[in-house]
Design a protein around this ligand. Structure first.
Ligand code: AMP
Ligand code: GLY
Length: 425
């Protein structure tokens, strides 16, 4: 079969490495891919947001199946365009992708169907928003409605900060139309858990849970990023918590989307906070997390492509979804300065030595090949170095050992991925 993967980050590299294990795929392509993906698949130079060009290319090149990685093409309706051309795909339709594409849509859905989440107020009028934040309890969380590259969430300790955030979004247009409507939300506390789940809209098979590390610097300091490292499974996510989440969050979310006429098919990502009042939804994503996928997929024992086909066919109940019993740790190597200004074009060395270590995979994110065919940096998050081990401390030690082999100028990483998880009593 001929399969196209859409995207060019570490998540897509992790997906491609799993798809390479499938015996039925004989041609694997990726649009646009990156310097590491180029060694595992044929790269096609089309931007992920050029959804018509991607759908046309898939048709012209007789692709049998398309896996869509990032949120933008999903929210732009790529899976709908593919369906019009008769090509099955992994990912939700545009109407179901709104669960990530519009925070207001997600909040209204949760409110209507009693799914536990932070209480909130929704505003499309600046004056009303400013009036509300003067009386709202502090701290409060101000969120842009639309996609904002993970930067549309501001945790405000006081009313001045909240006013600044509201004006930034609604008056100064910092996120364009994504910030013209906002959510002002109650501040929640507790450990965070990411749960990625395969779903065909009716059945759901959660994957191994994980813990992202969103801040740029050690000790959860510095700015929010796309994610600097992940461990899986997340030790806070006990089987008891999993059972509560299934009953109060996962199944009700799928039922709500079906009732609204927007059934969800693909990977549904639940960003959860385990509060004293039980698990609550912080956010939904309509896709695999990045870098969660780089830690979770290496633990998948079953055939990913077969699961994806079951998801698309609506037969997930018949799929074999098993995970290895061990643990994994992914450490992101970023370019100095990320998530603000950073340089690109630095030569990367030591990748082969790192990957030669047992249990280690190096997933490329912001990389490309130079004229000599050497990998060079081409983005903020450059690599995801994952190690799988029998227990979490082994996975963490091995991932950090692998990072010691890799060098590029200005390399930036966190040194404490998984430490919080290890300190659990
Ligand atoms: P999001 O982009 O929605 O994932 O939000 C980014 C991060 O902001 C989350 O991972 C949380 O750490 C934090 N956050 C979002 N909403 C809340 C909330 N209501 N209370 C506390 N922290 C939050
Ligand atoms: N790591 C968080 C996300 O993929 O949105």
């Amino acid at each position: 079969m001929k399969v196209l993967v859409v995207g060019g980050g570490g998540r897509e590299h992790a997906i491609i490495r799993k798809l390479l294990e499938s015996p039925v795929i004989d041609r694997l392509c990726c649009a646009p891919g990156n310097g590491g993906i180029a060694r595992d698949a044929e790269c096609v130079p089309i931007a992920t947001t050029d959804v018509t060009a991607i759908a046309d290319w898939a048709k012209q090149n007789t692709m049998d199946y398309v896996v869509v990685g990032p949120d933008d093409p999903l929210c732009l309706g790529l899976c709908d365009l593919l369906a019009e051309r008769g090509i099955p795909s992994f990912g939700p339709r545009q109407n179901a992708a709104r669960i990530e594409g519009s925070k207001i849509y997600a909040k209204k859905l949760m409110r209507k169907y009693g799914i536990p989440t932070a209480s909130c107020e929704i505003f499309s009028d600046l004056a009303l928003a400013l009036r509300y934040i003067r009386i709202a309890p502090c701290p409060m969380v101000v969120k842009a409605d639309g996609l904002a590259l993970g930067k549309g969430v501001v945790i405000c300790q006081n009313r001045d900060e909240a006013e600044e955030a509201v004006r930034d979004m609604m008056e100064r247009g910092r996120f364009g139309t994504a910030g013209s409507r906002i959510v002002v939300e109650e501040f929640l506390q507790g450990p965070e858990v990411s749960v990625l789940a395969f779903t065909d809209g009716t059945d759901i098979r959660p994957m191994v849970s994980s813990m992202d590390h969103k801040r740029a610097l050690d000790g959860d300091n510095g700015l929010n990023t796309g994610g600097m490292g992940v461990i899986a499974p997340n030790p806070y996510y006990t089987s008891e918590v999993a059972e509560i989440c299934m009953r109060t969050i996962f199944l009700p979310t799928l039922a709500a989307l079906r009732t609204e006429g927007n059934p969800f098919s693909g990977c549904l990502y639940f960003g959860l906070m385990l509060t004293d009042n039980g698990p609550k939804v912080i956010e939904y994503n309509c896709r695999f997390g990045d870098p969660e996928a780089q830690a979770v997929l290496p633990l998948l024992e079953s055939d990913l492509f077969s699961i994806m086909q079951h998801v698309t066919a609506g037969t997930l109940k018949d799929a074999d979804v098993r995970f290895f019993p061990g643990a994994s740790c992914c450490v992101v190597l970023a370019s100095g300065g990320y998530p603000t200004a950073y340089r690109t074009g630095m030569v990367i060395s030591g990748l082969a030595q790192a990957e030669a270590l047992p249990g280690v995979s190096v997933f490329h994110a912001g990389t490309r090949l130079n004229r000599e065919g050497e990998p060079i940096t081409a983005g903020g998050r450059v690599l995801g170095v994952t190690a799988v081990g029998d227990i979490l401390p082994h996975a963490i030690t091995q991932a950090y050992k692998a990072t010691e082999n890799i060098t590029f100028e200005g390399i930036q990483m966190r040194h404490d991925i998984g430490i919080k998880a290890l300190q659990l009593p």
